[in-house]
Design a protein around this ligand. Structure first.
Ligand code: SF4
Length: 264
């Protein structure tokens, strides 16, 4: 189960060649567009504010300039964070802005210029992982959760993994190896059958750091849902198509665990 394989029917260039620069390019373009829209609001205010109160136009202008500064600083900060591989001032807030505000806009912009959502999300996950790593926090094993999608379970297996202890460790699918990883490092391992279950697991487990395995769509939404808990995303591999007998690289997960766990 340790070998990486390409998802069936996917372009290798899409899977391996999606670069951070796609995200950076889209982020910069989105920021410029947002700033332009704000500038238009400045040039053409919806109300004649001076007629209401002489100070209102100044207040309005200050708010617009402040918003433009926040947008510009966020995109510049994320780019610097990626380039320097260390947090710059306010990086946590930038991750929040990037996740909550920019990603949906970037998906729309990408869609408008013919870049698939999947490609944008893939690129976002890579950048998110860099931002999470650059915060350089280390956690006790009890505070780390490995959250898995149920499509890792072999289709023919009848075990109900709402309690992962139900797995009889036959080795026919990656769940066995992942349970072994959890035991080796003493971290929580859980399988989520959907977003609601994933949220419930997070509420019950109260992790301070999540290593999540999923496809682009579920990882991107999971990273958004779990914020402010840092989520390090590992893409699953889909040799049999989506949502069926998927795989994951144990090496990649173990490497991430070794990075995030406190050296005790
Ligand atoms: S390892 Fe566990 S989940 Fe996977 S097929 Fe065997 S019993 Fe089922």
């Amino acid at each position: 189960m340790r070998r990486a394989t390409l998802p069936m029917g996917e372009d290798p260039a899409l899977y391996h060649g999606v670069r951070k620069r796609l995200f950076v390019g889209l982020l910069i373009c989105t920021s410029i567009l947002v700033c332009l829209i704000l500038f238009l609001f400045w040039l053409f205010p919806l109300l004649d504010m001076g007629a209401v109160h002489p100070i209102l136009p100044w207040l309005y202008m200050s708010v617009i300039v402040l918003l433009m500064a926040v947008v510009a600083w966020t995109s510049l900060g994320v780019v610097l964070n990626i380039a320097l591989r260390k947090p710059v001032l306010g990086s946590r807030r930038m991750r929040s802005m990037t996740i909550r505000f920019f990603l949906p806009l970037m998906e729309m912009l990408g869609n408008a210029v013919g870049i698939s959502k999947e490609k944008v999300r893939h690129s976002f996950i890579r950048v998110n992982n860099e931002l999470v790593r650059s915060e350089a926090r280390r956690y006790s094993p009890k505070d780390v959760l490995i959250l898995l999608p149920h499509c890792l379970q072999k289709t023919l297996c009848s075990r109900r993994l709402n309690n992962i202890e139900n797995c009889r460790r036959c080795g026919e699918c990656p769940i066995d190896g992942l349970l072994g990883l959890g035991e080796k490092y003493g971290v929580h391992v859980a399988v989520a059958t959907g977003g609601t279950v994933a949220r419930r697991i997070i509420v019950d487990c109260r992790p301070k750091c999540i290593l999540a395995v999923a496809c682009e769509r579920d990882l991107a939404s999971g990273i958004q849902d779990a914020f402010p808990i840092p989520v390090y995303g590992v893409l699953n591999e889909r040799p049999h198509g989506p949502c069926r007998d998927t795989l994951v690289s144990l090496e990649q997960l173990e490497e991430a665990l070794l990075f995030f766990l406190k050296k005790e």
